[in-house]
Structures are given as structure tokens and as C-alpha cells.
Unconditional design. Structure first.
Length: 398
């Protein structure tokens, strides 16, 4: 108990993949800022949440799997982790559960808790892309969750119309520090001359996508060398796949430097002429850092065929979606080839008109996300604490 007699807020936080772990780390820091020493938490996360003191219930690497065909072989392990997590939550009796992204894992936990009669507030952070998928996902969420925290300003109506309370908190990328990297520090640390060309390559944060994209990205770099001359390559990675990435880039041109941690990644961004990256939130980090980029992705063939049946949009890059037009080249599926990647990078490196158009578009996208006016993690923390307080007073969580 605190001095004023209030029970310390106890929040169970679940992130099922590295991007969610980054959000979770920032959220825990913001919750601590708001609740001080009263805050208690437990849950599942990775290195970012561990830095905030979380001892993860299960290894994040057990859960960070993308794609239908990729998940199937891991299903028994994932379902076991679901059962273990549900049991832990029911034993610990937190004041609320917050799940972050990773709907395949998180929603199973929410569903099982509701089926077991648990009434603690269930909050999900990061909306599923119902504007890209069929709308039934929003209706399913509304049956299990009390509230949804969304990152994009156009998302709330999709969920409010099916009765799910929803708050736009802003996108955490705007407070990530991606625009505050130190180029000089990066070059000095790695012995790179001031006039050497640097490219950043981001092959993803999940094992499957890394295995598929590393050979394609490496082949693209080999094609680039005679086209643009010598360069150095920075390869930011996360703990769950860093060893696989290190092994996979060993024969790449450009003496690849595998980086761990956000600070090193943002220093690399600050000195990079262009980037090739797996599709994901990193596109917004690159946009904030003003690094011209090409986005690529390739799924398992079975997963790709199944997604073609249900996905309603042809663009997956958030920069393009926010702008409502195609600015960033997306090379997806069969279009994700070394030849096309190399051609796109050449244009980004050498064509000043193309580079200027990208930088102007990135600035516009960041303005629409509220750069300079919002603190998404604090907004999310405030809403979570308000929901807990309302529930303790016997009020609705929405």
C-alpha cells in the first residue's frame, strides 16, 4: 500500500514481438513517470522491456513468428505459452492486462480470460489493420477487449462503430529518437571516412523474414557495387535474430556492421544515404530520420496465396498509407528481387530530384502523425491508468 492508502497499480503487459517490445519499454517508462514507485508490472517482453525491469514470463523468441505457414509448426509451443500466460494472470490478479500488437498470441489470451469469466480490464495497444483486412477482426476484438489504443488518426471509427472503446494516442515513432542519431559518432566508432557512402539494410526482426530476405538483400548489394562504387553497410538488428543476421551477412560486400540497440541504429540512420528495409514500423523511423528508403517483403508462398484472398489494400507501407499516395517503392512478393532492389537504391542514391521528393513526403507524413505535439507513450499511460481507476470506482472501462 502507498502512504495515502491506495493500492499500487499492478499491470500485466504482453508484447509478442520485437516491435511490440519497443512500445512496451516506452510504455513502462511512461507509466512509471505517471505512477512513480507505486507501479508494479509483470508480463512478457524482450530487451526493451527488460531494460525497464521486466522479467519476461517466457522468451520472446518463442512468439516472434510471422505468417500463416510459419506459425503452424510452432503452434503447439505458442498454445502452451498461451495456457501458461493465462494461468499466470489468473494467479497474479493484476489490475489490468495490456497486450501490444501481436494479435495471434494476444487475442488468444484475451479470449481465454473472458471464457474463464475474468473481468479485469483488457486493453490492446496497436490496432489490427482492419482497413486492410476484413472488418470481422474489429467485431471479434469488441467481444474480448474493453479498450483499444491506436496509433493512427484515421483508425478509431473502424472500432467505435462495433462498440469498442478507442483512443488515438499518437504513433510512438515520433518520440523514438530516430531523428537524433549522431553521424560523426557512428563514423568514428567504426572507422568510416567522412566521404564514404553508407547504406543501411534492415532485414527484419523475425526469424522467418530474416531467412527469406537476407539472401535477396545480399544479392542486391552485390549488384549495386559496380553500379554506385564502394560503400559500407550498416545492419541494425534485434537480440532475437542478431546471431542469424551476423552469420547471414558474412559474405556481403561493404564490410557489414551488425548493430544492436536503438542508439547505434539511429546513429547509422544519421549517416546513411539510403536504406533497404523489411516492411514494418521501421519505415516510419527511417522517414523521421529522413533516410530515403525502399521497402521489401517476401512471405512463405502459402501465406502469400492466403493473404491475397483477404487483404483489401495493395500498399503496406505506412508512409504511403498516411500520405494517401505512393511515394516509397514497395517490392513485395514476386517483385522482391535483387534486380529491382538494386535499381531502386541506385535512384535513391544518385537522383537528387527523387531524394528531395522523398524527404518532402517524409516531412509531410511526420506532420500528420503529430511530430512536435504529442507524447504517445504518456497518452497511452494516462489512458491505461484512467481505465484502472474507473474500474476500481466501479465505472465502465470505455
Amino acid at each position: 500500500m502507498t502512504q495515502d492508502g491506495e493500492a499500487a497499480p499492478f499491470i500485466f503487459i504482453i508484447a509478442g514481438e520485437p516491435s511490440g517490445d519497443a512500445l512496451g519499454g516506452a510504455l513502462i517508462a511512461a507509466l512509471r513517470e505517471r505512477a512513480g514507485d507505486r507501479l508494479r508490472f509483470a508480463g512478457i517482453g524482450g530487451e526493451s522491456m527488460a531494460e525497464q525491469g521486466l522479467s519476461s514470463l517466457v522468451p520472446l523468441s518463442d512468439l516472434a513468428v510471422a505468417g500463416i505457414a510459419e506459425v503452424l509448426p510452432r503452434a503447439p509451443l505458442i498454445l502452451r505459452r498461451v495456457r501458461e500466460t493465462v494461468r499466470a494472470i489468473r494467479e497474479m490478479r493484476p489490475d489490468a492486462m495490456v497486450t501490444i500488437d501481436s494479435s495471434g498470441f494476444s487475442w488468444r489470451i484475451a479470449h481465454r480470460l473472458r471464457r474463464a469469466g475474468e473481468r479485469l480490464p483488457l486493453i490492446h495497444y496497436v490496432a489490427p489493420m482492419v482497413w486492410a483486412w476484413r472488418a470481422g477482426r474489429a467485431r471479434r476484438m469488441a467481444r474480448w477487449y474493453d479498450h483499444l489504443l491506436v496509433l493512427l488518426p484515421f483508425e478509431p471509427p473502424y472500432f467505435e462503430r462495433v462498440g469498442l472503446g478507442c483512443t488515438y494516442v499518437g504513433h510512438p515513432v515520433i518520440e523514438s529518437g530516430a531523428d537524433r542519431g549522431d553521424a560523426a559518432r557512428f563514423r568514428a566508432t567504426h572507422g568510416i571516412a567522412g566521404d564514404e557512402l553508407v547504406l543501411t539494410v534492415l532485414p527484419g526482426s523475425r526469424g522467418g523474414e530474416v531467412r527469406r530476405l537476407l539472401p535477396i538483400f545480399g544479392a542486391a548489394l552485390r549488384r549495386l557495387e559496380p553500379m554506385i562504387g564502394p560503400f559500407r553497410v550498416a545492419v541494425p538488428s534485434v537480440e532475437t535474430v542478431a546471431d542469424a543476421v551476423t552469420a547471414g551477412v558474412a559474405d556481403w560486400p561493404g564490410c557489414p556492421i551488425v548493430l544492436r540497440g536503438a542508439a547505434a541504429k539511429y546513429d547509422a540512420f544519421a549517416t546513411s544515404r539510403a536504406a533497404m528495409a523489411a516492411s514494418g514500423t521501421v519505415a516510419l523511423e527511417l522517414a523521421l530520420a529522413r533516410v530515403p528508403m525502399v521497402i521489401a517483403y517476401r512471405l512463405n508462398r502459402l501465406t502469400q496465396i492466403m493473404l491475397d484472398w483477404v487483404v483489401k489494400v495493395r500498399q503496406v507501407n505506412l508512409v504511403n498509407l498516411i500520405l494517401g499516395r505512393v511515394l516509397v517503392t514497395e517490392l513485395l512478393g514476386d517483385d522482391c528481387t535483387p534486380e529491382r532492389l538494386a535499381a531502386a537504391i541506385v535512384e535513391l542514391v544518385e537522383d537528387e530530384a527523387v531524394r528531395s521528393a522523398h524527404l518532402e513526403g517524409y516531412d509531410e507524413a511526420m506532420r500528420r502523425l503529430g511530430v512536435g505535439s504529442l507524447s504517445p507513450s504518456r497518452n497511452a499511460a494516462d489512458r491505461i491508468l484512467a481505465i484502472i481507476a474507473a474500474r476500481q470506482r466501479g465505472e465502465s472501462a470505455s
